[in-house]
Design a protein around this ligand. Structure first.
Ligand code: ADP
Ligand code: MG
Length: 392
């Protein structure tokens, strides 16, 4: 253990006096925007009525109560120290959602949580996994099927409880290729579906939506003509303060367009970005600086026409004077061929994707569907041939 990490760990132990009676800190394993995560050994595992150890749980299933032995092997946990800069409401939200999801398949359960002054700590079972960057480049299609089967199992459980994760990305899905399973972590940005207060236009009928768009354009024109202030007075348009939480590059178009009635389908778009990453062997696939940039990156793929239609769904008008964006975009198949250097030239014949890659691309279309109402759900994805065909 490095000096700086060792120092950080001993400072942590000083804050939580007595923590080392139950947990032996081993290393620092994660440092994110909102937390620091340590790996530790639970020294008192057998003292409590625990059942979080996955291996242990499996063993219990197969042995009769009389024959159960208390295992001597170590039990590891991940201790997540949530930064004091996070608001108490947010911390409470994360812990409450984890508690709600305690019995959900493929979701990392919460063992316990404790607080010292303004410092909150969550304890989760440690899940052995591999770093995404180490394997995404050489994943076979058959391995992708297994990865996503595990991912959709987690998301189905989360979405059934009407919880939106909001930050689905490789570092928040800990995957173990050898076990062919993963766990979803990090509910720091998660929220319950339908908690926003400003209705968006995406659930209105086409006619109502058109009315609202005309109305908003009218308001803008009026104010620019007769007002010195650039912002319209008595603006009757909906204020747009939608939840934009998440990680750039993984945000669905409706998040970027500030739709205020976001649903669990935003997570499915993020999964689509992960699949696109694997198929194109590019990580990160999108690297926009801000939301507008991110919208333009999506425009490069899907074209202006699709973006105009998508914007209209949310009562927004999409306009760009950048001539390089084509009207109809490029096919995902072509993009994957480009990214993997299989473009072919004048001398070589045009290259094609393999059969199983084509199957993956068809499925990808269902995830990277710009209209959230038409996008595939986690439950449907598990029944989709691309995933249903996964076998160990
Ligand atoms: P943050 O909100 O800071 O992103 P996360 O909950 O995503 O916090 O955890 C950060 C990192 O810590 C993860 O990307 C992962 O590498 C590691 N981690 C978190 N939970 C566990 C766990 N249960 N088992 C193993 N590693 C974990
Ligand atoms: Mg995270």
């Amino acid at each position: 253990v490095e000096d700086a990490v060792a120092e950080d760990m001993s400072r942590f132990e000083e804050t939580f006096v007595g923590i080392n009676k139950r947990f032996r800190l081993i290393n620092r394993i994660g440092e994110g925007t909102f937390s620091t995560v340590y790996k530790a050994e639970d020294l008192e595992y057998n003292k409590y009525d625990n059942n979080w150890d996955i291996e242990e749980r499996e063993n219990k299933k197969w042995s009769s109560p009389g024959h159960r032995k208390q295992s001597k092997r170590p039990h590891y946990v991940a201790i997540k120290k949530i930064y004091v800069t996070s608001s108490p409401i947010r911390i409470f939200n994360e812990l409450e959602l984890l508690y709600d999801l305690r019995d959900s398949d493929s979701v990392c359960p919460l063992i316990t949580a404790f607080r010292h002054l303004d410092q909150v700590v969550a304890v989760l079972p440690y899940f052995q996994h591999r770093d995404f960057r180490d394997y995404y480049r050489d994943m076979k299609i058959s391995e992708m099927r297994l990865y996503f089967r595990s991912m959709f199992t987690a998301l189905r459980a989360v979405h059934r409880k009407k919880i939106i994760h909001r930050d689905v990305k490789p570092t928040n899905f800990l995957y173990n290729p050898a076990l062919q399973r993963g766990v979803l972590v990090d509910f720091g940005l998660a929220e319950r579906e339908g908690t926003e207060c400003h209705p968006c236009a995406c659930h209105l009928s086409d006619e109502e939506r058109r009315h609202r768009v005309t109305h908003s354009v009218y308001a803008q024109t009026q104010s620019s003509g007769h007002n010195t202030s650039s912002y319209p007075k008595n603006d009757t348009r909906n204020s747009r303060r939608a939840n934009r939480a998440g990680t750039r590059g993984f945000r669905a178009p409706e998040v970027l367009l500030k739709c205020t009635q976001q649903t669990c389908s935003i997570d499915m778009w993020s999964v689509g970005v992960i699949l696109l990453t694997m198929l194109s062997r590019r990580f990160p696939f999108f690297h926009s600086a801000d939301d507008i940039d991110a919208l333009l990156e999506i425009t490069t793929i899907f074209g202006r026409k699709k973006m105009r239609e998508t914007s209209l769904l949310h009562g927004q008008v999409f306009e760009t004077n950048i001539p390089s964006y084509s009207e109809s975009g490029h096919s995902l198949e072509k993009i994957i061929l480009w990214c993997t250097g299989r473009t072919g030239d004048k001398t070589a014949p045009k290259k094609e994707l393999e059969e199983d890659e084509k199957e993956a691309v068809q499925f990808l279309h269902r995830l990277l569907e710009c209209n959230p109402a038409k996008r595939i759900t986690a439950d449907e994805a598990l029944r989709h041939p691309f995933i249903a065909k996964a076998h160990e």
